[in-house]
Design a protein around this ligand. Structure first.
Ligand SMILES: *Cc1c(COP(=O)(O)O)cnc(C)c1O
Length: 365
């Protein structure tokens, strides 16, 4: 590193120059993250130096994490749900499979995930030494629950369903998976990293949460549709024992045991997540979700008017299309099957959709 430090103004003009190289959010149509809500930023700054990894030193912050878990548990129809704030969907999914593996006590455990599962399950299975079995999808890109029982054997420790898939924005048949999980007495994890902050605020939505008795755990990401700062994920479990199965002793901390994967954990983004929910309430969240869904349908209608068909009809604010030319500086993404994918996040305003449609019309005319 530098022998002598750099003057602050010089340093920050260098940093600002680099920041300008990042893509402006006005053109980011590919991301499940968004511009954080102003109250999340304000809360984040207030709690900047807090560490949830040593909760005895930060009892106030820690009680806010507990309140966040309680709020989301109630939203998911289990007010007494246990959980904690993770770094995001990846950590939540790893922890859920780790719980399932610990509880099962199997020596060669396997898990069943849909073909559409997020790539974090590949990481989780690698780290945990789990065999990953993939269930095929139906024509709407939802997990084909009818194919699941034939994949189950005496070494199956978990089934995973996705509520709001990353690529196509659809919800797997969690009700059917819940029945299968109960029948076979297998742990069922629902990956609602994206959909968990969308579905509860819609007028009608498919069931995906603890109201289904077979659901054991749920992952949800406040740093996506919850509009918190990054990193903010949450894992919720039906039974306190699930988390304590992961506990290790922590000799030199203010608490004696922990079940989290990370040690040091940020309080700022976690309080940010709570601040957004408290500030907006159900009504405010429902308004934002309704706006995102309205924009999603406007985008689908507009694209189809140009002859660019939807790949499927989504359950949440993710729109996918047959391939077409996308002019710069727009940033869309592409699914594994080659479809164009656009996530209508809160920063993707109606006017942005209109400008995008005009540009797509011009370059595909
Ligand atoms: C985003 C996402 C993840 C991963 O979350 P990270 O916060 O990026 O770790 C997992 N599952 C689903 C369904 C997601 O959409």
């Amino acid at each position: 590193m530098r022998e002598k430090g750099q003057p602050e103004d010089l340093l920050f003009s260098f940093l600002q120059e680099k920041r300008r190289q990042d893509i402006n959010h006005n053109y980011i149509l590919s991301s499940m993250c968004t511009v954080p809500h102003p109250v999340a930023v304000r809360a984040h700054v207030l709690f900047m130096e807090t560490n949830l990894g040593d909760p005895g030193l930060f009892p106030g912050t820690s009680s806010l994490e507990a309140l966040l878990v309680e709020r989301i548990g109630s939203l998911f129809h289990l007010p007494g749900a246990c959980g904690y704030a993770t770094s995001g969907g990846t950590e939540s999914n790893i922890q859920a499979l780790r719980i399932a593996k610990c509880l099962s006590r199997l020596s060669r455990p396997n898990v069943i995930v849909p073909e559409s599962a997020h790539f974090s399950f590949q990481k989780a299975c690698d780290i945990l030494g789990l065999e990953m079995r993939t269930a095929p999808l139906d024509s709407g890109y939802r997990m084909d629950a009818g194919e699941v029982p034939s994949l189950i054997d005496q070494n199956t420790c978990a089934i995973v369903g996705v509520a709001g898939t990353t690529e196509y924005g659809v919800v797997d048949p969690i009700g059917a998976l819940s029945d299968i999980a109960l029948d076979h007495d297998i742990f069922l994890h629902v990956d609602a990293a994206f959909g968990g902050m969308v579905l509860p605020f819609m007028e009608a939505c498919p069931s995906f949460d603890f109201s289904l008795p077979g659901v054991s755990s749920i992952a949800v990401d406040p740093h996506k549709m919850g509009m918190s700062t990054i990193p903010a994920g949450v894992i919720l479990v039906r039974d306190r024992e699930f988390l304590s199965s992961l506990s290790v002793d922590t000799p030199y901390l203010s608490v004696k045991q922990e079940f989290t994967l990370s040690g040091t954990r940020p309080g700022g983004s976690v309080v940010g997540a709570l601040a957004v929910l408290e500030y907006l309430g159900r009504e405010g969240m429902a308004d934002i979700v309704a706006g995102c869904m309205k924009n999603t349908w406007r985008l689908i209608d507009g694209m189809e008017a140009f002859g660019i068909s939807r790949a499927t009809t989504p359950d949440v604010n993710v729109a996918t299309f047959e391939p077409a030319r996308v002019p710069p500086p727009w940033r869309v993404s592409w699914t594994r099957k080659g479809h164009m994918r656009i996530v209508c996040m809160p920063h993707v305003h109606a006017s942005i959709i209109e400008t995008f449609l005009k540009d797509i019309g011009d370059s595909n005319a």
